[in-house]
Design a protein around this ligand. Sequence first.
Ligand code: ATP
Ligand code: MG
Length: 593
Amino acid sequence: MTSPPAADTPKPSNFLRQIIERDLDQGTYAQRRFAGTPGDAAHHAAAPLDAARIRTRFPPEPNGYLHIGHAKSITLNFGLAAEYGGICHLRFDDTNPEKEEQEYVDSIVDAVKWLGFDWKVGGVDHLYYASNYFDFMYRAAEALIEAGLAYVDEQTPEQMRANRGDFNTPGTDSPFRGRSPAENLARFREMRDGKHADGAMVLRAKIDMASPNINLRDPAIYRIKHAEHHNTGDRWCIYPMYTYAHPIEDALEQITHSICTLEFEDQRPFYDWLLDTLCRLGLLAPPRPHQYEFARLNVTYVITSKRKLKALVDEKIVDGWDDPRMPTIVGLRRRGYTPEAIRLMCERAGTSKAGGWTDYASLDLALRDDLEGKAPRAMAVLEPLRLKLTNWAEVFGGAASEPCHAPAHPQRPELGERRFALGPELWIDREDFAETPPKGFFRLFPGNKVRLKYALVVECTGCEKNAAGEVTAVLASIVPDTRSGTPGADRVKVKGTITWVGAADAVPAELRLYDRLFTEEQPDAGGKDFKASLNPNSKRVVRGFVEPSLAALAPDSRVQFERHGYFVTDRLDHGAAAPVFNRIATLKDSWGK
Ligand code: ATP
Ligand code: MG
């Protein structure tokens, strides 16, 4: 109910949809209440039944820019909520005081909105900060201590690691494990009151040091960190561990289905233990959330590690976080990918427990599927070469030019027509001429006829060269009575049609031709040096010409240049006086299998 439908329906089922449908059938969450804001059992107790049939959340840590992998998680969580009459929360998982910044909070808000999702439902803004739950988390920790289910451990980190055991060996109890609740409470309050140094002690859940799941061997749940927090300032010097904080965040927000990636599977038993315990102690209201894991999205020719992306920016291998070659949402946006294409690609990638790789080509395919019916067409010349029509005066007399027109979109007459002029001198693409044609070349070479698209047929008669022997202009003569759209125009058969722009009305433009950043499918697989497979041709900037109608385009407008691909006017650099186009994708996948 909060997001636009994806471009293709119906959607294939997957294990998450099956789980949600089962829960809806069985009424697992039918008695769940929601007080309008997050809170504990008492807060929700007197509230009405939750009108949202399910609640999901997207919980980024505000410590970097979102990337294409996050788009998968966003699409999934907001998409499922929308599909099943639910609500998806945007929650900043900001429990770690040191790494988080407002700049990232803002960029994440922008990115999720831009992808087409909204967390405001019926006037209620479901944007939350985990750091607002610190009071409850602290209270819950004291409750665990009082119930004999948590203790302060003063072993050194090394001792703790050694005593944890491993896959084959059970752990060993800490000498501090037997402390009384009263002693633990006093110690924990000292931790809170700043009486101890970072790392001096931690609060651990008291579960089972012999558990086959190492995550249940008394995991640490609170640590000392004398650090300023962007939201709570210096109010706290102890902070909850992620594994403790996350289930509580879900429960306070009355999340039903907590969806995460597979690396959290081992944490699920603790997630369950903690929430069951806090429900039993009366702090949280059942029915509680459940965690489900899916395989993360991996895209070929892309890296998504924040650290490695940062290296690309810091070492100036790319031009910033929003470089159009970056897999960040800001990068994809600047490149010209549409939110629809990104959502479509994520939907098509599917959701399962089995990991795998999604071909980067599927993003370009989704873009073409989205833009094919939408983007207006135009002609552009990327690497200009002059074409002189030597018999212009004989054919057209004193006229300086001949008006031409073409539909803005071949299947959508309602989009109208574009107008441009044919004159005695034109710009064509350098690659459309060959002095000595290779086999199968049907475009301009001496003696060959081609159609200038939307205009007429010309016959190539030769070329001009400079002192260095480089071709500076192509010469051709107009074949009479071949004007496009006139009776008998196709009397002269040609094998090639080329695009062009009139020299008199062409608009000069900067064209940024982007391609994949890496030449290898898995640039950082197995610890490989990803900088060894950088594609030297990932960015090429050329000065070309575009049709006159395009000078007036607003920034961030998409167009299909016939034969060349989909382009967008750069969001930041494009202007009428200096047009700048980014190539989003070519018309066909040129990366052979
Ligand atoms: P880090 O690598 O720093 O831990 P992260 O990628 O896990 O970062 P978070 O901000 O914690 O970043 O991620 C928010 C959500 O996005 C999490 O639920 C995470 O599981 C999900 N997510 C991150 N990467 C992917 C991916 N490649 N595919 C699907 N979901 C992802
Ligand atoms: Mg993470």
